[in-house]
Design a protein around this ligand. Structure first.
Ligand SMILES: [Zn+2]
Length: 219
């Protein structure tokens, strides 16, 4: 096993302040990108991140939103949100329940992390928009998505630990069909969970203990 400059910390849970800052930042960007949809409440759907730490100290971060179908492809790519790969994976190889919770953020993140790059790239759309400017923008975004798909290594290839941070606490279904399944499949790759207790139905925002979020009122 590689020795790293981080000493023995590479298996540990990700720094909480960093995790809270990162998820608050992604949420702000996402809500900003969707603000043009006046009747849509982006906050009703979950944002989650996966922090991946490799042996040797390198790291990567993935982000997912639980309601991708509300987002234009260009916005999703611009926000760096992983696509849902479940339809490209055989049932036996998939995280998630196959039902309503299939589109939750936890299976989405783990399916993307564990799929090989060929599968990741299947989810990159091919159709060409009519508008020439839009066509060149989305071409570039798709190239970046393909690069990310190739760049990100998989658990069997030197991942030391994964930390999922999720605004809404992980539901029972995702705990069984995603988290427990990951632990069973990759027993040498610890997966940690940071749950922030958001509850849109009760009007509860994520409980941040290390950072303070002040929302700027938009007029
Ligand atoms: Zn869930």
């Amino acid at each position: 096993m590689a020795h790293t400059s981080r000493g023995g910390h590479e298996n540990e849970v990700w720094d909480l302040a960093e995790a809270e800052m990162a998820i608050a930042f992604v949420r702000e960007q996402l809500n900003h990108a969707l603000a043009y949809r006046v009747k849509y409440n982006a906050d009703k759907h979950n944002v989650a991140l996966a922090f991946i730490r490799y042996q040797g100290g390198a790291s990567a971060v993935l982000a997912a939103y639980s309601n991708d179908s509300a987002i234009a492809e260009s916005d999703r790519l611009n926000l760096g949100l992983v696509p849902d790969l479940s339809s490209y994976l055989p049932q036996s190889n998939r995280f998630g329940c196959g039902g309503m919770a299939q589109f939750h953020t936890e299976p989405k993140l783990l399916n993307y992390l564990c799929a090989d790059s060929t599968i990741r790239k299947l989810a990159i759309h091919q159709h060409e928009p009519q508008d020439l400017t839009y066509r060149s923008i989305i071409k570039h975004q798709r190239e970046c998505a393909a690069q990310q798909a190739d760049f990100l290594r998989r658990p069997l290839e030197e991942i030391a630990a994964v930390t999922l941070v999720t605004e809404i606490n992980c539901c029972k279904t995702c705990t069984s069909y995603s988290i427990s399944r990951f632990r069973a499949r990759y027993p040498n790759t610890p997966i940690h969970l940071i749950e922030l207790g958001k509850h849109p139905g009760k009007g509860l925002n994520p409980k941040f203990t290390r950072v303070t979020i002040e929302r700027i009122k938009r007029t």
